[in-house]
Design a protein around this ligand. Structure first.
Ligand code: PA5
Length: 478
């Protein structure tokens, strides 16, 4: 590994030495779970060897990588726009990658500025105004649509599929098929069925890889490759993190250490909110992606022993420095119920120095009140604000830890994705819940199917009708 592409995890301020033992974890508390952690590492390795954790092997799938690169190559220069249609785990990874690695205003760069790659948009919500707005700015003949759904049935994705394919067909006739790539299960689901019938280009979401663990499959990699992102490096980064997280010693394995710290903070110190606060706009999408991964994997009613537990540590996204002027007041002085994880980037891609010229144009005579900024850069200001906030929170005995990326690149992003996925799987072990199902999400999907009149959901529809009749208007205003 090139040293400048590493990531580092500093949890000093989670510990009792820094913030006292009421809010901080003692070394003894960590020592007490060392053997449990070692067992979880062993369990996970066994489950992986038995093929039960396929997301952990994704960085090594060279066949899929080469199919993505080949397809991308064959589509080069053919489209001005690339539109991902998917939701949840089928969208957030795409948003995370593009926000992290593409130019911050990628979609408004010229064709040359984008190296001839298409503009990238992600349609997840079915907000009719947003959908229509986006459709208004596209010429279908210039656009490639990537429909992504693991189940192949999700109502939001499939309703947009119907609208878009009709629009494409009306404009392009049978040639509409050239404008569609489906990413879905290999065998089941409506989208796979239609794909077979119509002959769309397609990718497979591997069996056993759930939506929120699928960013390193074609779900996230295809759109990334279409915009010129080095997906080989991203997978290399993930493989690197795999190697760094092999130890069964909690002190030498950042994934299980992270999971253990959050678990102990929650269950022993009463911190039930996990704030993820990147000091970077580029990482905001990764923080959103993390929030879904963590919430959907660990927010569970029933434990693996079939006990009712209603457990979970609520993730919240904040952005540095913006939320210093918003959420931070609550983090500093509100209830002691949060643990904060900062993410920082040591070297931004750009260095922006703050000029020391006055408005009148004379050099080296800054306005007196602003003279303290002389010689600084936005990079320094960002760093000072991060360090200042971290220090202030620590002084207030607010537990916090910091993940530092030497730089933000495909390689370090791949490391981050893998670290967080593995950490979430370990957290599932500590909480003794299934980190790979989502019964709560499924319940919402079933209700939507029933209310929309899908065949097979008639009984649920009757139940819903009865429930809705009971809803009163007593407590409404207007
Ligand atoms: O992580 C998950 O399983 C969910 O967030 C799904 O990704 C989401 O519900 C979309 O499902 P699908 O990919 O089947 O359309």
């Amino acid at each position: 590994m090139k040293d400048r592409q590493a990531i580092h995890f500093d949890f000093n301020n989670m510990m009792a030495e820094a913030i006292g033992s009421i809010h901080g974890i003692t070394e003894q508390e960590l020592r007490d779970i060392e053997s449990l952690a070692a067992r979880y590492v062993k369990d996970l390795k066994e489950e992986r060897a038995a093929g039960k954790l396929r997301f952990l092997d994704l960085p090594y799938d060279k066949k899929v990588l080469s199919k993505i690169l080949k397809t991308t190559n064959s589509l080069k220069g053919k489209f001005k726009n690339f539109l991902v249609v998917g939701i949840g785990g089928s969208a957030l990874g795409n948003i995370a990658i593009h926000t992290a690695l593409n130019h911050p205003f990628y979609n408004i760069l010229s064709d040359a500025g984008r190296n001839g790659c298409p503009r990238v948009f992600v349609l997840d919500n079915i907000d009719p105004d947003r959908f229509s707005g986006l459709m208004e700015i596209f010429k279908p003949e210039e656009t490639l649509f990537n429909f992504i759904t693991k189940s192949g049935t999700t109502v939001e994705t499939m309703s947009q599929f119907l609208i878009i394919t009709r629009l494409l067909y009306d404009r392009l006739g049978n040639g509409y098929k050239e404008h569609i790539v489906a990413t879905t299960d290999s065998g089941k689901g409506t989208l796979r069925e239609i794909t077979r019938r119509e002959g769309f280009e397609s990718f497979v979401i591997p069996a056993g890889v759930g939506g929120r663990y699928s960013v390193l499959t074609p779900v996230g990699l295809f759109s990334a490759a279409m915009s010129g992102i080095d997906i080989t490096a991203m997978l290399d980064g993930a493989a690197l993190m795999d190697k760094l997280c092999q130890s069964d010693n909690i002190w030498g394995n950042p994934a299980i250490m992270g999971a253990a710290l959050y678990f102990l903070s929650h269950t022993k110190k009463g911190k039930n909110i996990l704030v993820m606060m990147p000091y970077s706009n580029a990482l905001s999408g990764v923080a959103d992606w993390f929030c879904q991964l963590w919430a959907e994997s660990l927010g569970k009613k029933i434990s693996l022993n079939k006990e009712v537990v209603h457990t979970g540590l609520t993730p919240v996204r904040a952005i540095g420095v913006v939320d210093q002027h918003s959420q931070l007041q609550l983090y500093m002085e509100g209830p002691y119920d949060k643990v904060i994880t900062f993410w920082t980037i040591k070297r931004f891609n750009k260095d922006v120095s703050i000029m020391d010229e006055t408005l009148s144009g004379k050099k080296n005579t800054p306005h007196n009140e602003l003279s303290y900024l002389k010689g600084h850069s936005l990079n320094n200001v960002m760093k000072a604000e991060f360090e200042g906030t971290r220090l202030a929170l620590t002084e207030q005995k607010r537990p916090n830890c910091t993940i530092t990326l030497d730089e933000l690149s495909a390689l370090t992003l791949g490391q981050l994705f893998y670290l967080f996925e593995l950490q979430t799987a370990y957290a599932g072990k500590f909480y003794n819940v299934n980190a790979f199902d989502q019964p709560g999400v499924e319940a919402g999907k079933i209700n939507a199917f029933a209310m929309l009149g899908k065949k097979g959901f008639e009984q649920r529809k009757n139940e819903i009708d009865i429930l809705l009749q009971k809803v009163q208007e007593k407590y409404c205003i207007w």
